[in-house]
Design a protein around this ligand. Structure first.
Ligand code: NAD
Length: 531
């Protein structure tokens, strides 16, 4: 409807549309009106994704205008993934199955866009906190790529299908992947190797490959295997780490106490926990501690209890001597006396009232990050049970909490969306070949710095999500400066003005050639594009 008369004539679609030439403002208005009428989140998802297919610029425009409402719909896509086969309209990404071994390059050749700069890939084994969703995991790369601030059409979502161990899906006639158990043999590794090689062969060595929602056992292995060989990162490990650390750095601003003086106890010792622990150690080392001293300050508690020396699963982050018998997470809190607890177990509801109260007794201002499956009242409980003294962040969004005496606190949302778009943009633009953890440390610091003092006073540990585009741009600028300064950037010549360099690349949602003179519909104002 926004095609001008000459465009309609050139395209041979004159007469196939109603005669009015519409502005994007009117199209956005129609979208908003329609969305308001919908209450079912899945229906909203289907509608929004339909807009993305039909009119990408309009899609990004409405997404940017109402991030708080729309981002959870396109991005926190657990429900959409669970129902992927049932609500399926179009594939939206590339599917590579274990049966395609030996042919991945020719499958990539079928993808219509030849100039891909970023790939987001999942094998669907650990989708959000939902577990194995097999090929239904495609919703994740599609959603993540919606948040890339630049080059939208040059991003490629990929689902690798090696089967699924999800019995419900294997019995579902609408399931869309291979009806087989996950292949965990050498063939899996060979497939991923072939995929990585095919991507760089087709799109170039500096193509960014972002790993999402792989199972724990593969995620660490693949990261270690590929991190020096490809331009790659694992968002669940490194992105989560950066966002959680940024929350701690912001808390440090509120407390006036350096990160080196904190003692952190994790609930969970998986991808998220180990990634965060590693980055906290790096941040502490930057502030003068040795690696051993920093690791002393980090404790992990998983489904088998505290991770101490002698446990079968020892990690680099933790080699503590046993502090004695610890039977529960509450006992761990009382024994270790942490200043911060970070919940990333996926199990949910383990930050009990007693745990929160214990944190409130041990600390003047306890740091409580409930990053996985918190209950609907998690934020309220945390503030109420600590009399508003806690610094709280969660993985899911929570509205402001008002205490009985009228004090209002806005919980932080430790969402990876604060990190990966900015980091990815910087990496793509500056031609980074390997993404070192120091890049994530830098991103973390930038995020924490972007929080204003007023926002900190409101209890926030992250800037409002509505600012995410600007936050990502600022982060990209800082990371571009950092990678050039550290000799990690290989795009020459080095841009002098990094800020303009970054800003010039971001997506413009205006239509390319709207011709105001063809537009004379009464009662609707139109402001010509000036940039
Ligand atoms: P993972 O499977 O790698 O690790 C889960 C860990 O939790 C394991 O160490 C396991 O032993 C432990 N665990 C499970 N049940 C437990 C119990 N009852 N008591 C104690 N420990 C238990 O998963 P992951 O990638 O580390 O993700 C964990 C959770 O964190 C998921 O719910 C995920 O959605 C969430 N997460 C949140 C964010 C975010 O908010 N930014 C980012 C990443 C992950």
């Amino acid at each position: 409807m926004a095609f001008s008369l000459p465009e309609r004539q050139i395209l041979g679609i004159h007469g196939l549309l109603p005669p009015k030439v519409e502005t994007q403002d009117i199209q956005a208005m129609r979208f908003q009106n329609n969305l308001k009428k919908m209450s079912d989140p899945l229906q909203k998802y289907i509608y929004l994704m339909g807009i993305q297919e039909r009119n990408e610029r309009l899609f990004y425009r409405v997404l940017m205008e109402d991030k708080e409402e729309l981002m959870p719909i396109v991005y926190t896509v657990g429900l959409a993934c669970t129902h992927y086969g049932h609500i399926f309209r179009r594939p939206k990404g590339l599917f590579i199955s274990i049966r395609d071994k030996g042919h991945i390059r020719s499958i990539l050749d079928n993808w219509p866009e030849t100039n891909v700069v970023a790939v987001v890939v999942t094998d669907g084994e650990r989708i959000l906190g939902l577990g194995d969703l097999g090929v239904y995991g495609m919703g994740i790369p599609v959603g993540k790529l919606c948040l890339y601030t630049a080059c939208a059409e040059r991003c490629l979502p990929v689902a690798i299908d090696v089967g699924t161990n999800n019995e419900t899906l294997l019995k579902d006639p609408l399931y869309m992947g291979l009806y087989q158990q996950r292949d965990q043999s050498q063939a899996y590794d060979d497939l991923i190797d072939e995929f990585m090689e095919a991507v760089v062969e087709k799109y170039g060595q500096d193509t960014l490959i972002q790993f999402e929602d792989f199972g724990n056992h593969n995620a660490f292995r693949l990261l270690r295997k590929y991190r020096e060989k490809y331009c790659t990162f694992n968002d669940d490990i490194q992105g989560t780490a950066a966002v959680a650390l940024a929350g701690l750095l912001a808390a440090q601003r509120a407390l006036g106490k350096p990160i080196t003086e904190h003692r952190v106890l994790f609930l969970g010792a998986g991808e998220a926990a180990l990634g965060i622990a590693n980055l906290i150690v790096m941040a502490m080392m930057e502030r003068g501690l040795t690696q051993a001293e920093a690791r002393e300050k980090i404790w992990l508690y998983d489904k088998d209890g505290l991770l101490v020396k002698g446990r079968p699963q020892e990690t680099d982050s933790n080699r503590h001597d046993s502090p004695g018998t610890v039977q529960s997470f509450l006992e761990a809190v009382n024994t270790i006396k942490p200043t911060a607890i970070i919940g990333v177990s996926g199990a949910g509801r383990l930050f009990t009232h007693d745990v929160i109260k214990a944190m409130g007794t041990l600390n003047d201002r306890p740091i409580i990050f409930a990053l996985s499956n918190p209950t609907t009242k998690a934020a309220e409980d945390a503030y109420t049970l600590t009399d508003g003294r806690c610094l709280f962040a969660s993985g899911s969004p929570f509205g402001p909490v008002t205490l009985n005496d009228g004090r209002v606190y806005t919980p932080g949302q430790g969402n990876n969306a604060y990190i990966f778009p900015g980091v990815a943009l910087a990496v793509i633009l500056s031609g980074v070949r390997h993404i070192s953890d120091t890049v994530f440390l830098e991103a973390s610091k930038t995020l924490a710095e972007q929080l204003t003092d007023e926002e900190l006073k409101e209890g926030r540990l992250y800037p409002p999500l509505s600012n995410i585009r600007e936050v990502s741009l600022q982060m990209a600028v800082k990371v571009v400066e950092f990678v050039y300064a550290k000799g990690m950037a290989f795009r020459y010549p080095e841009p002098e003005d990094k800020e303009s360099f970054v800003r010039a690349t971001v997506w413009d949602t205006h239509y390319d050639s709207f011709e105001p003179d063809t537009y004379d519909w009464p009662g609707v104002s139109f402001t010509p594009k000036t940039d």
